[in-house]
Design a protein around this ligand. Structure first.
Ligand code: SF4
Length: 357
């Protein structure tokens, strides 16, 4: 039999779990420095803890304070983010650091509304910073917390829908205790990440089974409801490889859009109309890169024309910023290129280096 929850009881169970099994030694814990907490919250969005740790440490070494980050060049910031994906997170982090320097006199704001006014900080991230750094009783609702609540309270519907999201926020606000908020929030994230996992949740290890509606009603694999399926859109591009004396031409992408501000190969959309222009170039094996919302099919082409000649024939190359291109020597170690590179570009450059060796 399922007993109805009391808010206090729920919070007590979660906090007890925190004291017993919660994670307490992650590199961003045991600090109340809002900069460090903010950085970890942003890096952890859509990314697992074990992937984040080395990036977090390198980033802090390069930019130990929010002012160091604000004063850095964007290329440097994106370089340290290369491989972590979702690069708008890095661009927003950099923008927000500048705002903290210029509009908040270098002091991290403490209240929820001011935190949410910073680029890249939504309601849940603001709640986490307020709770972890400033001991405020703020609620959070990241992906892990959503899943735990959706299962415990058998919330119907997909949480991309506003009504479902509002319901979850209401629950999270109601359940978050005024005391030990940081421990409670940490435990909710840990429960979602380690116990109430997306697939194969470990219900036998969960402190919430006695009340969890999904568990009691045998609906754990059904909840939370999945996003309704749509066909995934796809886009096809050519990446043009210009080699000259073991140097390769790279171009900086426009500041917004996918991989904004990162360095890539000159890119042209692969349409029927332009195929003919590239028929004499040597095709390398296609690369499939999956973004969250579409698939990108990349065909690298080893060019046998000069860049100037191609630009005359291919006006679409203006996808790139024309004044931001440079030749990079393939004999130099890639790590020494202090610029941001998308993962498929890094992999392709490694392959090309190997073929030239
Ligand atoms: S009992 Fe199972 S489904 Fe319910 S919260 Fe715990 S792990 Fe998740």
């Amino acid at each position: 039999m399922t007993r109805a929850w009391s808010e206090v009881e729920f919070a007590q169970k979660v906090i007890a779990y925190y004291h017993q099994s919660g994670r307490k030694d992650l590199p961003w814990q045991n600090t109340q420095d809002p900069y460090r907490i903010w950085l970890s919250e942003i890096m952890l969005q859509q990314t697992q803890v074990k992937t984040v740790i080395p990036y977090y440490q390198k980033f802090l070494q390069a930019f130990p304070s929010v002012l160091d980050l604000a004063n850095a060049e964007q290329d440097q910031v994106l370089h340290l983010w290369s491989g972590l994906g979702y690069y708008s997170r890095a661009r927003n982090l950099h923008k927000a650091a500048k705002m903290i320097r210029d509009e908040f006199a270098g002091q991290f704001p403490e209240n929820q509304a001011e935190l949410e006014s910073l680029p890249g900080i939504g309601r849940s991230t603001a709640g986490a910073i307020a709770a972890f750094a400033f001991n405020k009783p703020s609620a959070i609702l990241d992906g892990n917390v959503k899943r735990v609540l959706a299962r415990c309270f058998a919330i119907e519907g997909w949480y991309g829908q506003t009504t479902v999201l509002n319901q979850l926020w209401e629950l999270s606000e109601k359940l978050t205790p005024n005391q030990e908020t940081a421990g409670y929030n940490q435990a909710m994230m840990d429960l979602g990440a380690l116990v109430c996992k997306r697939s194969k949740p470990l219900c036998q290890e969960c402190p919430l089974t006695a009340h969890c509606l999904a568990f009691q009603q045998d609906r754990v694999s059904e909840l939370p409801h999945k996003k309704p399926k749509k066909a995934r859109p796809a886009k096809s591009v050519y990446w043009l490889i210009y080699l000259d004396k073991q140097r390769i031409l790279l171009q900086k992408r426009p500041p917004s859009g996918i991989w904004g501000g990162l360095w890539s190969l000159p890119e042209v959309e692969r349409t029927e109309a332009v195929k003919q222009n590239y028929s004499s170039a040597r095709r390398l094996p296609e690369i499939l890169h999956k973004f969250s919302h579409y698939d990108l099919h990349i065909t690298p082409l080893l060019m046998n024309k000069t860049i100037e000649k191609t630009m005359q024939q291919e006006p679409n190359m203006s996808i790139m910023e024309a004044d931001s291109s440079d030749w990079y020597s393939l004999t130099e170690p890639l790590e020494e290129l202090a610029i941001g590179l998308p993962t498929p570009v890094t992999n392709l450059l490694k392959q090309l280096k190997q073929t030239l060796e």
